[in-house]
Ligand binder design. Structure first.
Ligand SMILES: Nc1ncnc2c1ncn2[C@@H]1O[C@H](COP(=O)(O)OP(=O)(O)O)[C@@H](O)[C@H]1O
Ligand SMILES: [Mg+2]
Length: 244
């Protein structure tokens, strides 16, 4: 089966700062890859290069057969296939939950308003928020807002979901409810790349864990391999620090 995401020799610089230093990564259909690593190692930049929120300085990114890094590619069309969830929930505060979920599919003529409304109800049920369809984001807790943000990303029926530290901005008691939604997506076979500091979650949900440092993939493998018997000293140091 062709991989869903192919990253080949990707470099990214911001001016003189060489942030990604030759990344090669493939993600298969239905695979869940968790990216871990110290702050500043380039995790967010790599994720943003996948949907070309950042252009790559060198190398190639292909998602679902579409050459994202090719100047001729219609990025607006290609990005509809890639859902992204950020640390901050980035919901439209002046719109109800329903409108947050129907805006893109209706405006982009992917579905009728009636279809989008029906889908919004299904998606909210899926993230455990069926009763919040008429609420405004400010009336929801952080964990609820992040679940709406996930539902909103799903509303475009993406084949790939990207998460950048989806629980980092949450109070501790709300982390679990968001991780549970992501775990459900994994079990449903969604292809996902998740940058996370939640090591227990990564260990539990990932098919593969990728450890990044200084703009490189230092080590990758099954969660058991990376967490239990890391080969690289930098991985061991990092895991020792995050486990306190
Ligand atoms: N838009 C930008 N302009 C300049 N430097 C950036 C930009 N985005 C990220 N960086 C720098 O790139 C490096 C990697 O950042 P980032 O990808 O956010 O790391 P991580 O997500 O692993 O913490 C950092 O030194 C950061 O300051
Ligand atoms: Mg980051």
């Amino acid at each position: 089966m062709a991989p869903k995401i192919v990253v080949e020799h990707v470099h990214k610089s911001f001016g003189a700062l060489h942030v990604l230093r030759g990344i090669d990564l493939q993600v298969g259909e239905g695979e869940v890859v968790c990216i871990i690593g110290p702050s500043g190692s380039g995790k967010s930049t790599l994720l943003r290069c996948l949907n070309q929120l950042e252009t790559v300085s060198d190398g190639r990114v292909t998602v679902d057969g579409v050459a994202m890094s090719d100047a001729a590619t219609d990025l607006n069309a290609a990005r509809r296939n890639i859902g992204m969830v950020f640390q901050g929930f980035n919901l439209f505060q002046h719109l109800t939950v329903r409108r947050n979920l129907t805006l893109a599919p209706v405006d982009l003529k992917v579905m009728s308003r009636a279809e989008a409304d029906a889908q919004a109800g299904r998606l909210l049920a899926r993230v455990g928020l069926a009763d919040k369809v008429d609420a405004y984001p400010r009336q929801l807790s952080g964990g609820q807002q992040q679940r709406v943000a996930i539902a909103r990303a799903l509303a475009m029926r993406p084949d790939v979901m990207l998460f950048d530290e989806p629980t980092s901005a949450l109070d501790p008691e709300m982390v679990g409810e968001v991780l549970a939604v992501i775990r459900d997506l994994a079990e449903a076979g969604m292809t996902m790349v998740i940058v996370t500091h939640e090591m227990a979650f990564a260990r539990d949900v990932a098919h593969r864990v990728v450890f990044m440092a200084d703009g490189c993939i230092v080590e990758q493998g099954t969660p058991a391999a990376v967490f239990t018997s890391p080969r690289e000293p930098r991985t061991r140091d990092f895991l020792r620090r995050v486990s306190g």
